[in-house]
Design a protein around this ligand. Sequence first.
Ligand code: GLU
Length: 506
Amino acid sequence: MSKNFVRVRFAPSPTGPLHLGGVRTALYNYLFAKKYGGKFILRIEDTDKKRLISNSESYIIETLKWCEIEPDEGVGYGGPYSPYYQSKRQKIYHFYINKLLKKGFAYYAFDTNIDLDRKRKKYNDCGLTFSYNYKNRMELNNSLTMNEKQLDTKLKSCSSYVIRFKIQPGEKFNMYDIIRGNIIAYTNNLDDKILLKSDGSATYHLANTIDDHLMRITHVLRGEEWLPSMAFHILLYRSLGWIPPHFAHLPLILRKDGKGKISKRNLETLNFPIFPIQWKVPDTKIIIPGYRELGYFPEAFVNMLALLGWNPGGKKEIFSLQELINLFSLEKINKSGVYFDIKKANWFNKKYLNKKKEEIFFFLCKELQKRSIQYKKNYLWEIIHLTIDRIHFIHEIWEHTFYFFISPISYEKSFFQKICNIKSISQLENVKKLLYHINKFTDVNYKYFLNKDKDKKRHEIIQLLRFSLVGVLKGIDIFMILKMLGKEKSIQRINKLINKIKDTII
Ligand code: GLU
């Protein structure tokens, strides 16, 4: 493919936040454009006025920025084919709709909603589904059954009409989708879709086709939900005398629980985030956090999304954006739906976390500052190295390291009741003695706890020791904790628990 030849677009409707699927569509378009030195365009498809949501556009732009997959052209970026808002291109659509009318590829339809509902009901009663098509259009209220004069009079008297595409029946034709291969379409299966709505604005189908052509889009990469419209779009291109772009319909992203595709509609039933960045629900105070707010790194998020439906082959899973660009190919995109697994998203974040030690360090410093706690740099670094394996996100570092800096203020209630009793006082006293007599405390290891006691008892003692040092039965290897705290602090903490047990039970 020659340089600058590829032109792809991401064409969201500003009807709310993007979800994972939308961002993936943008990403694949971006990767494909960059791979071939082409252009990635952002077009806002705001034809459906009733569904517009005001802050969606800025949300889309902010998301692309966060993911570092910014457009070269389009809304917010300018370019030679502006305007990139469909709402500002209505005149262009009217020009082409007139062409279609003149050529006999489109016609006026005057049927009211009441008429059409009646028809639908009639069909339903006979167990059929109504669709406006070649079979019934001559019996309906449209310009196909009128002469020029009648139509003229009708247009003058009737304030509301739509313009429909006239499908020629009886044709079978081949279409090609880069991901799915050859697809056969039958015009008899298509209905006469509306091109111009009763409010005079173009529908998605008309606007999308005209814009893709005028903006010189070479490849349309979009969600699978648009596959059923492909035949109709190809006929539209043909009737306008244009060569269609190449099409690739991306697989759906499915829920792992088998409950269908990921969508905004069933947000409450999902136990994982689906928005890239936080969404402020308009006119309410509700804020739904996105991957960004939950602590995912944009590189990890992008890496995870790239592999959600595409794989370059091989076992490697961690790719930089540049590597993704170099390897990306439409042919390696899955045909079938892909399951989304939040555990895998967390896994990706963890992989990137290992490269973010400096950020973890600063985060930990801030946590300590908030509590006016001071520690030597080396100590903090050592702690980070000891605990990094246990976390997936930077913000988790504090809950995994607090006990290195503060002695337990309280003890986990249920464990306290379960494992602390008169016997544990003497067990803790013994451990204390044992630790007290270790000269080289940095060498402390399990061997010091190997005594004549049975294994079970030893386990009990170590549990108690952990409880005294951490306040809960959590944390890294107990001997590492002892080493990091040092003899004095460890013994102080043991004493503290002994006193607490005494206060409670004696
Ligand atoms: N506006 C459509 C959407 O938001 C875009 C479909 C397309 O890419 O052709 O899904």
